[in-house]
Design a protein around this ligand. Structure first.
Ligand code: NI
Length: 182
């Protein structure tokens, strides 16, 4: 089932999410719906707050970018209750976008080496070391779980340029090819 994606300005995107356990109702269906919603919107990552649920759950499938970025080959994951530890202060930046902030793309500094501990969709404990693109993508999604949006991290000057666009998104005055909720 395709779910509406909550837009910038909705308070659900600003709340801190909570951990879940195996008993969370209809979790497998929710995960399936998140992948379906993400694919329909041509996204590569989706965090649960973006579909209106403040729980620590992220879906990622970046295989579509693997042609240009080989390190993303096979980067399809479900992250439940993730915890990130940064292994360096070195940063990298690429232009990011977000299904909750349609029509805006800006570069954001991200840490280039991290360790993430999480539960997969079978609640197996996994520890992964990520660098480069996978590290950038997971940081963007992980921020959503803490109520942080990528546009919070751009320079004040750039932010001034997109202020009108952000106000319009908040009011729902934005065209998207996917179902949204403001
Ligand atoms: Ni996003």
């Amino acid at each position: 089932m395709i779910l509406p994606i909550y837009l910038y300005g909705n308070p659900v995107l600003r709340k801190k999410s909570v951990d879940i356990d195996k008993d969370y109702p209809n979790l497998d269906e929710l995960i399936d719906n998140m992948f379906e919603t993400m694919y329909k919107a041509d996204g590569i990552g989706l965090a649960a707050p973006q579909i209106g649920k403040n729980i620590n759950l992220i879906t990622i499938d970046a295989n579509v970018l693997a042609k240009d970025e080989p390190e993303l080959e096979g980067f399809k994951r479900v992250f439940i209750n993730p915890k990130i530890t940064f292994n360096t202060e070195e940063t990298i930046a690429i232009e990011e976008g977000c299904l909750s902030v349609p029509g805006i793309n800006e570069s954001v500094n991200r840490i280039n080496n991290l360790t993430i501990e999480y539960l997969d969709s079978d609640f197996n404990k996994v520890t992964e070391n990520l660098k480069g693109y996978p590290a950038i993508i997971i940081q963007h999604e992980y921020d959503h779980l803490n109520g942080i949006m990528f546009v919070d991290k751009i320079s004040p000057i750039k932010k001034r340029f997109i202020k009108t666009k952000l106000n319009n998104i908040t009011k729902g005055k934005v065209a998207t090819s996917y179902k949204v909720k403001n």
